[in-house]
Design a protein around this ligand. Structure first.
Ligand code: GDP
Ligand code: K
Ligand code: MG
Length: 298
């Protein structure tokens, strides 16, 4: 606060699904705050990761993918992604070095043309390609926008991530430290807990469960000195999905619970007693009121 040279600000990360946005966030904040999955669109809310040093603080916004909306949920994600772009100090557009520039990238680039803040092109997954390939990828993008800088990185292995952070910090305005040193996300723990459970559902059920799953944490309270009691409801929109999530004799739900509990224990630093329920709410994806009651902020 009293350091006049302190820099702080907000940075949005945009890009097609699976380019590595959450992986970068996780690396930067050193804790599992953003959900990771090899399926697209698992990040539904704005998740902020906070990077704090003695000289600067960057608050990252992991926007849901900018894409053509297919339902009210998609529409909500799109609006939230676009509005964050006008509130931040810089934008990172991340692309996957393994993929050619495509319609999805062009769609995002089009939207970025109206952004007045510095926009960085971050070419991720360079651990998968040769330096020659990298030149080819950069060539496809270099004239697409007036990039502040083009930075190749590997979010997974950490190559060049330090340089990216330094570059961003250098561009932030002078300002206060918004959040305390030990805070890595401004979302209530409940939200992170629900995302960890959602992540396990996707990992374990694979293709069978589409993204029409919400997890609501109904209760989170300390049971005793050693244990935190977490109760959560998994909301699906069809009875067949409920059956898949529960599994034969409850076996799938048990697996989801076991894996999720371990992650939640790591997050909270305490033993956890996790109770999971499954509920069918037909068509909840297309009901705005249902969206709101399941915690999606407009
Ligand atoms: P998001 O949808 O943009 O948030 O992408 P994720 O962070 O969920 O990553 C999607 C997949 O790409 C995951 O399987 C990650 O492990 C993988 N991934 C992310 N960054 C890298 C990277 O730098 N190198 C490699 N090889 N894989 C990566
Ligand atoms: K993903
Ligand atoms: Mg993500």
């Amino acid at each position: 606060m009293d350091n006049p040279n302190y820099r702080s600000g907000f940075v949005a990360i945009v890009g097609r699904p699976n380019v590595g946005k959450s992986t970068l966030l996780n690396r930067v904040v050193g804790q599992k705050v953003a959900i990771m999955s090899d399926k697209p669109q698992t990040t539904r809310n704005k998740i902020q990761g906070i990077y704090t040093t003695d000289d600067a603080q960057i608050v990252f916004i992991d926007t849901p993918g900018i894409h053509k909306p297919k339902s009210e949920l998609g529409d909500y994600m799109m609006k939230s992604a676009l509005s964050s772009l006008n509130e931040v100090d810089a934008v990172i557009m991340m692309v996957n070095a393994e993929q050619r520039r495509g319609a999805g990238d062009n769609f995002i680039i089009d939207r970025l043309k109206t952004v007045k803040k510095p926009v960085y092109l971050v070419v991720n997954k360079i651990d998968q390609i040769t330096p020659d390939d990298l030149l080819v990828v950069i060539d496809q993008y270099k004239d697409a926008l007036n990039w502040q800088e083009v930075l190749p990185i590997s979010a997974l292995e950490g190559n060049n991530v330090e340089e990216l952070l330094n570059e961003l910090v250098g561009k932030l305005p002078h300002g206060p430290q918004y959040y305390p040193d030990d805070q890595v996300t401004d979302h209530p723990e409940r939200f992170v807990v629900s995302e960890l459970i959602r992540e396990k559902i996707f990992q374990l059920t694979r293709q069978e469960i589409p993204h029409s799953v919400a997890v609501v944490v109904d209760k989170m309270s300390r049971q005793n000195e050693q244990k935190i009691h977490v109760e959560a409801t998994i909301v699906v929109d069809r009875p067949t999905q409920k059956a898949i999530v529960i599994g034969k004799g409850g076996s799938m739900l048990k697996k989801i619970g076991t894996l999720a509990r371990k992650d939640i224990e790591n997050l909270l630093g305490d033993k956890v007693y996790l109770e999971l329920w499954v509920k069918v709410v037909p068509g909840w994806r297309d009901k705005s009121s249902a969206l709101q009651s399941y915690g999606y902020r407009k």
